[in-house]
Write a protein that binds this ligand. Structure first.
Ligand code: FAD
Length: 470
């Protein structure tokens, strides 16, 4: 272990922010130790977030397709059924392989790994209560806090991970609930609602705000909501939960309009609370060494990720910005580059966002509402997947590409895609924005036929001129 010698970098937290920072630091020649309390690396993302949710989204999609779409493609089975334990086992195997993979990367890059709960006792010392028992002190010239986030609870609702679950419980239910209520229409709620809806649950999403996924372009969001409604997901928007009763067999939820009014009762077997996430800094000793946080508990940092205490840095979900794994990773690399005396850079305007439902919704840059608010003259180019030959060939054509470009220069300002594989398609747009491309740059780039990517080319044509296929 690394306890006795001083490290150049000590990272607290082994999630996408922390483990990437640790590997990068070691690659830059810095002596590095990473402290993680969970027992496995990969943080929220690998253990109870991105990865297990995508595993279940894929498996449940396969089941749903087998049940509802295969026959129309001429693939017939006498019957299709769900083997939930097998589905969960495949998810668990994927998670286990990936978390172990990171341990392998630590060894390969000579990152020391200490399993335990870290607590700052000075700006250069972390005391760790190790998982084996006992404690040790890990010293470092630089300390990076990458402790991530935790489920946000709602007042008056106790999460028991059985009847009232967080996303963590929703990733390992032992039975398919007949009725599932999802509180919160953010991407996590919609993804988990989709999983269980496809497996047969009746899903109702209760949302306080007037819209689902508030960060989304409004026009795309409307189409997205319609797509989910076609899959029988029900929405109760502008609705707040005022009471929960778990005394009976299932759960009784009392709701009322957000602005007040008549109450009603909803019944469910399982309720998923997915009303956001909060920075996790419990037991870290921030106050003791004087690391400042904002009013919602996020650690405040400057452009170099330095906290109010020199030598102590913070990255990922625990600081302001989108709570996404790839953003945490970018933070981690840039932070370590600064520590190593290089320049680090993260462009927060170009962090893509993806909702992994079916169809997926992916976006980068500005929404139409944001462009309007900026007061720039702009053009919109759209192309529906109904006019895309690949999407039609595979009979999966629900969706659209929408491009926003500055009128005067044709510079792309934002791209929004709803499509089965939008999360992959978006990166051509991310790269285009990164290079300050115009929509004509995309339109004049040869795209292979037949691909879904051609819809982006056609939407680009539609932005400054006319598309060919519609
Ligand atoms: P975390 O991943 O939370 O890691 C922090 C780690 O620090 C944890 O392992 C924790 O145990 C450890 N830790 C905390 N305190 C201490 C301490 N004092 N000592 C030692 N260790 C400590 N993001 C995406 O980009 N794409 C997705 O598809 C996606 N899907 C998601 C689905 C779900 C259901 C959830 C819940 C989240 C999802 N996210 C997704 C968000 C993503 O998981 C987070 O943005 C990401 O994990 C943040 O990385 P991080 O390193 O900042 O923190």
């Amino acid at each position: 272990s690394s306890g006795s010698e001083e490290n150049d970098v000590v990272v607290i937290g082994g999630g996408p922010g922390g483990y990437v920072a640790a590997i990068k630091a070691a690659q830059l020649g810095l002596k590095t130790t990473c402290i993680e309390k969970r027992g496995t690396l990969g943080g929220t993302c690998l253990n109870v977030g991105c990865i297990p949710s995508k595993a279940l989204l894929h498996s449940s999609h396969m089941y749903h397709e087998a049940k509802h779409s295969f026959a129309s493609h001429g693939v017939k089975f006498p019957s299709v059924e769900v083997d939930l334990p097998a589905m969960m086992a495949q998810k668990d195997k994927a998670v286990a392989n990936l978390t172990r993979g990171i341990e392998g990367l630590f060894k390969k890059n000579k990152v020391s790994y200490v399993k335990g709960y870290g607590k700052l006792i000075s700006p250069s010392e972390v005391s760790v209560d190790t998982l084996e028992g006992g404690s040790t002190i890990v010293k470092g010239k630089n300390i990076i806090i990458a402790t991530g986030s935790d489920v946000k609870s709602l007042p008056g609702i106790t999460i028991d991970e059985k009847k009232i679950v967080s996303s963590t419980g929703a990733l390992s239910l032992s039975e398919i609930p007949k009725k599932l209520i999802v509180i919160g229409a953010g991407y996590i709620g919609l993804e988990m609602g989709s999983v269980w809806g496809r497996l047969g649950s009746e899903v109702t999403v209760v949302e306080f705000a007037p819209d689902i996924v508030p960060s989304m372009d409004a026009e795309v969001r409307k189409q997205f909501q319609r797509a989910l409604e076609k899959q029988k997901m029900k929405f109760m928007l502008k609705t707040k939960v005022v009471g929960v009763d778990t005394s009976g067999e299932g759960v009784k939820l009392t709701v009322e309009p957000s602005s007040g009014g008549e109450q009603s009762t909803l019944e469910a077997d399982v309720v998923l609370v997915s009303a956001g996430r909060v920075p996790f800094t419990a037991g870290l000793g921030l106050e003791k060494i004087g690391v400042e946080t904002d009013k919602v508990g996020r650690i405040t940092v400057d452009k170099r990720f330095t906290t109010s205490v020199p030598g102590v840095y913070a990255i990922g979900d625990v600081i302001p910005g989108p709570m996404l794994a790839h953003k945490a990773e970018e933070d981690g690399v840039a932070c370590v580059e600064f520590i190593a005396g290089k320049e680090g850079h993260v462009d927060y305007d170009l962090v893509p966002g993806v909702v992994y439902t079916h169809p997926e919704v992916a976006s980068v840059g500005k929404t139409e509402e944001q462009v309007k608010a900026l007061g720039v003259d702009y053009r919109v180019g759209k192309f529906p997947f109904l006019a895309n030959s690949r999407a039609k060939a595979i009979d999966d054509a629900e969706g659209v590409v929408k491009i926003l470009a500055e009128k005067e220069t044709d510079k792309i300002l934002g791209v929004h895609i709803m499509a089965p594989n939008a999360g992959e398609l978006i990166h051509e747009a991310v790269l285009a924005l990164q290079y300050g491309a115009s929509s004509e740059d995309i339109a004049r780039t040869c795209h292979a036929h037949p691909t879904m990517s051609e819809a982006l080319k056609e939407a680009a044509m539609a932005t400054y001129d006319k598309p060919i296929h519609i």
